[in-house]
Design a binder for this molecule. Structure first.
Ligand code: FMN
Length: 405
């Protein structure tokens, strides 16, 4: 249930998520997925018309809980569920569901749960502009407000029906912020107006046409950091080497295979960014001479290696006032001492250290445990958590240390 120590995250919430039959239904999947990653417990209740749009199994997979649709499937579910909820939200909320709940109708499971909840209640309407501006709907929203519903007003913009006007489901970041902003300390857009450049994955140094020198980095940490920065409204550029994770569709991604290629891309991009986060595992050495033909098998093979360029040293030459450079230190011994030395030597503004010998964290693992160091500051240990939740914590620390209110 509650995971995260150190006072930065609070108790996870039991959220009852009502889904009605609006075209914005697909956006609720995204929000539920984020809330789940933040450690909240989600129970989805769908109307029969919502089920015609997206199968309950999809919500089941995302929420990792059975999806409820029928009042009569299991006696008294509506009461037991309503009693457990900390937060009740309907998103998207149709013209129809708003009308029914405002007038006390309880003719399906969602409206019946609504009649029984005593916790915090939210409603995110989404519909065609004429439906939204209809005075009956407006009166119903007023009725809901009088009955302690927080209404997350829709946005103005292009609607799925082709109209331009008010009625579009509010941006998912805003809705998440309304629901759990306080609990997760995520206020709207912690990185708004900032351009963040993040590296992820491992570099590969060619030996010959079929062989390379690589490392075990999966890229998961860098990719989750990129997602967390995007969720906090940063403009994000992700430079990736070899990764074993999906690249986010909505982030600008650039590929670099070797350390030199990575340096070339970063040198080109660095002047445009406010924050650089070096989460990639960059190889220290490359072969002196890359062979153009496959090296034939022999009993022994000697490779002459030479040092790769020091990326941070090179990038520091281009560092502008106000830019923030953050590095990672993957250590197997004396983690804090080595990280402190790297912080100083590489002229970093923050270093995120992890012990790669610890079971169940680091390379390939979905979880990580890190200690953050700032110049002159005490080490800040963060508890073990999944890489997205950890990224959210790191974004909060970055905001607190370099951006402020
Ligand atoms: C493709 C499609 C999209 C719809 N989108 C919306 C919508 O965005 N908002 C809305 O209020 N109704 C929308 N409707 C109409 C509702 O589905 C309809 O009023 C239905 O009775 C709502 O049932 P429910 O509130 O029990 O889910 C849509 C219907 C269809 C077929």
């Amino acid at each position: 249930m509650t995971t995260r120590g150190n006072g930065t995250l609070t108790k996870s919430k039991v959220i009852i998520w009502g889904v009605s039959g609006g075209i914005a239904i697909y956006k609720s999947l995204d929000m539920i997925s984020t809330l789940k990653k933040l450690g909240h417990e989600i129970h989805v209740v769908m109307t029969a018309n919502a089920v015609k749009m997206i199968q309950p199994v999809t919500f089941e997979a995302i929420s990792q809980n059975p999806v409820l649709t029928d009042t009569f499937e299991e006696a008294m579910t509506h009461i037991s569920l309503a009693d457990r909820g900390d937060i009740f939200i309907i998103a998207p909320a149709t013209y129809n569901i708003i009308g029914k709940i405002a007038h006390g109708i309880a003719d399906d499971l969602l409206t019946t749960v609504a009649s029984a909840v005593t916790c915090r209640k939210l409603m995110a309407p989404a519909m065609n502009t004429h439906m939204y501006e209809n005075s009956i709907l407006q009166k119903n929203l007023e009725l809901l407000k009088e009955n302690d519903y927080e209404i997350i007003a829709p946005d103005h913009g292009m609607l799925a029906c082709g109209y331009e006007g008010t009625g579009r489901l509010r941006r998912v970041e805003d809705i998440l912020n309304e629901i759990v902003g306080k609990e997760n300390g995520i206020r709207k857009g912690l990185l708004v107006g900032k351009h963040v450049l993040i590296t992820a994955g491992g570099t590969r140094e060619r030996i010959d046409p079929v062989r390379f020198i690589g490392n075990f980095s999966s890229g998961k940490m860098g990719v989750q950091l990129a997602k967390a920065c995007l969720d906090q409204e940063a403009e994000v550029t992700l430079v990736y080497g070899h990764v074993q994770t999906h690249l986010p569709q909505d982030i600008r991604c650039l590929h670099a295979e070797s350390a030199q290629e990575l340096l070339d891309v970063l040198t080109k991009e660095i002047s445009k960014v406010d924050i650089l986060i070096m989460a990639a595992a960059v190889g220290d050495y490359r072969v002196d001479q890359v062979q153009s033909h496959k090296i034939k098998k022999s009993n022994t093979l000697t490779l002459n290696l030479k040092k790769n360029p020091d990326l941070l040293k090179s990038l520091n030459q281009h560092k502008k006032k106000g830019q923030v450079f953050i590095g990672f230190a993957a250590e197997s011994e004396n983690m804090i001492d080595h990280a402190k030395a790297k912080l100083k030597e590489k002229n970093l503004d923050m270093i995120i250290a992890n012990d790669i010998t610890e079971e169940g964290i680091g390379f390939h693992s979905p979880d990580n445990r890190v200690t953050v160091l700032l110049p002159g500051g005490e080490p800040i240990p963060l508890p073990r958590m999944d890489k997205y939740s950890l990224s959210v914590e790191l974004v909060k620390l970055i905001h607190k240390s370099f951006i402020g209110d």
